[in-house]
Design a protein around this ligand. Structure first.
Ligand code: ME8
Length: 498
């Protein structure tokens, strides 16, 4: 039976070009999507852009463009970057698309008719930077910038009435908010009374958004609009079969900065719509540069394209996946990038390929030799390779991508060590079949590690599998066929010299 797996990234604001933080979430989602497809699951992977609201409006004004011109100009920078990074998303949603505006307006009508939306005058602290009213406690925390007192007539969503239902849901579904410590933060937040959510902005103050269907003087608050992309993307209210097939989402992947909007605003919106909640919301940590979060407003961002142009796509994907433990923060440094590249990719993985593809042509006419009966040393390598099949899927399910990679690298390191001990280059002179056996075992382990690494480095592992004539083979031991002619290749990961 195939399992369906619907996963999403946040839809990013089009207020500037994408940086490595956006690339990280999107690559992580892509790696998960590829792992699931490899395991035989049916996957729908959605990403896209958040194009309404004040931040986008301000960014367009700063460039002297209309907001729509600004969005149309910047959107390709995201989609083209995703293409360059090998992102295998199934759809790319933009909130200014008609299909989305229709869903937002239909949802507003439904929620309004249900009696979950009401109008009221509200006076309170408003954070211009965050685009929302904040509580007194939040103001005192000092974490919000551009705070001012604002009095306005607005439309509100009765979020507060769903507070207990949400708490009960979180407690009854341990997988719902991940990692555990983030779930506890949300439960802590929910110990305070939940207020209702202001879901409108008067056009007189901020007109860039989707008009409320029941009051044309207002546009929809950007978060109420944006979160609904997860429904639009799978055909809510328009393509019933598609929607039935994919909803609820299996995984919403996001950074910890937007966990509250997802676990509180979004879930109560879904309650109001009588729709099931996503299975898991996973909040990863931040990429930091020095002591600060990498962000456009701080201005300390690393441009993923610069790295990719210099070192290639797969090493960047590898570094981001290996270096961050999802759930914790990670520090970006060029030193750690170069170190990972040289040690894991050039010395371990690339070196194993070079050995195999250097020795088999030299002693066996580039034909994969017959292994014959395996020795205990060979079987040790076989066991590590076979164990990966049990370990990797479990780790991926828990989003422990970094640990999964480390497991695969341990196989590669074990094979390199085995090669040094067995020294097939010496064996070839005394006992050619024994050299053949060792080279078979090493090539087979290389094939299996390349298959396991392929969701992380699709292009480079493709090269390895092509060399071994093993594209599309299964990760079971014995998939490499003796008699296969090896292909040729260039340097897989040329060492980065200082
Ligand atoms: O919040 N480290 O969009 P956004 C890791 N439009 N991840 C980072 C990061 C960093 N330093 N900086 C950004 C929005 N991210 C809304 C979302 S969803 C319905 C609406 C990633 O452009 C991370 O995934 O500010 C974070 O949650 C997201 O970008 C925020 O992107």
């Amino acid at each position: 039976m195939t399992t369906k797996f619907y996963l999403t990234t946040p839809i990013y604001y089009v207020n500037d070009r994408p940086h490595i933080g956006h690339a990280y979430t999107t690559i992580l989602a892509d790696v998960l999507a590829r792992f699931h497809r490899q395991a035989g699951d049916e996957v729908f992977f959605l990403t896209g852009l958040d194009e309404h609201g004040q931040k986008v409006l301000q960014a367009s004004q700063a460039r002297g463009l209309t907001p729509q011109q600004h969005c149309d100009d910047l959107a390709p920078r995201f989609s083209q970057l995703w293409e360059k990074l090998g992102i295998s998303n199934d759809d790319f949603i933009r909130t200014t698309q008609d299909r989305h505006k229709k869903v937002v307006q239909a949802v507003l009508r439904k929620v309004y008719e249900k009696g979950d939306i009401y109008q009221s005058e509200y006076e309170g602290w408003y954070s211009v930077a965050e685009e929302r009213f904040i509580t007194e406690t939040e103001k005192e925390s000092g974490e919000f910038r551009d705070v001012k007192m604002l009095k306005e007539r607005n439309w509100f969503f009765r979020m507060s009435q769903y507070q207990q239902k949400l708490i009960d849901h979180i407690n009854a579904h341990p997988q719902f908010i991940q990692p555990e410590h983030r779930k506890n933060e949300i439960l802590g937040f929910l110990r305070q009374p939940l207020t209702d959510l202001c879901i409108s902005r008067p056009k007189s103050r901020m007109g860039w958004g989707i008009e409320l269907p029941f009051d044309t003087e207002y546009v929809t608050y950007v978060w109420f609009d944006a979160l609904l992309n997860y429904l639009t993307g799978v055909g809510y209210l328009t393509e019933d079969d598609k929607f039935k097939k994919w909803w609820p989402a299996s995984l919403h992947l996001l950074g910890k900065d937007i966990l509250t909007t997802h676990s509180v605003y979004w879930t109560t919106m879904l309650f109001s719509l009588d729709l099931p909640l996503p299975e898991t919301i996973f909040a990863h940590g931040w990429w930091m540069l020095g002591e600060s979060k990498m962000s456009k407003s701080v201005g300390n961002v690393v441009n993923p394209l610069d790295l990719v142009d210099q070192f290639g796509v797969d090493p960047v994907r590898y570094y981001l996946m290996r270096e961050m433990i999802p759930g914790q923060d990670a520090h970006f440094t060029m030193e750690s990038f170069v170190k990972r590249f040289n040690s894991d990719l050039a010395n371990d993985f690339g070196n194993l390929l070079n050995r195999v593809s250097g020795l088999i042509p030299k002693y066996f006419n580039a034909i994969v030799p017959e292994p014959g009966a395996l020795t205990p040393e060979d079987q040790h390598i076989q066991t590590i390779a076979e164990n990966l099949q049990n370990k990797v899927p479990g780790l991926i399910k828990e989003l422990k991508v970094s640990e999964a990679i480390e497991e695969i690298l341990q196989l590669i390191r074990a094979v390199n060590k085995y090669m040094e001990q067995q020294a097939p280059w010496k064996l070839a002179k005394e006992n050619l079949p024994a050299a053949g056996r060792v080279l078979y075992v090493a090539s087979e382990a290389l094939r299996i590690s390349a298959l396991h690494l392929s969701p992380v480095m699709p292009a480079k592992t493709d090269t390895v599998l092509n060399v071994l004539g093993a594209k599309g083979s299964s990760p079971q031991w014995g998939g490499l066929k003796p008699g296969t002619k090896l292909g040729e290749h260039g340097a897989l990961f040329p060492r980065i010299e200082k």
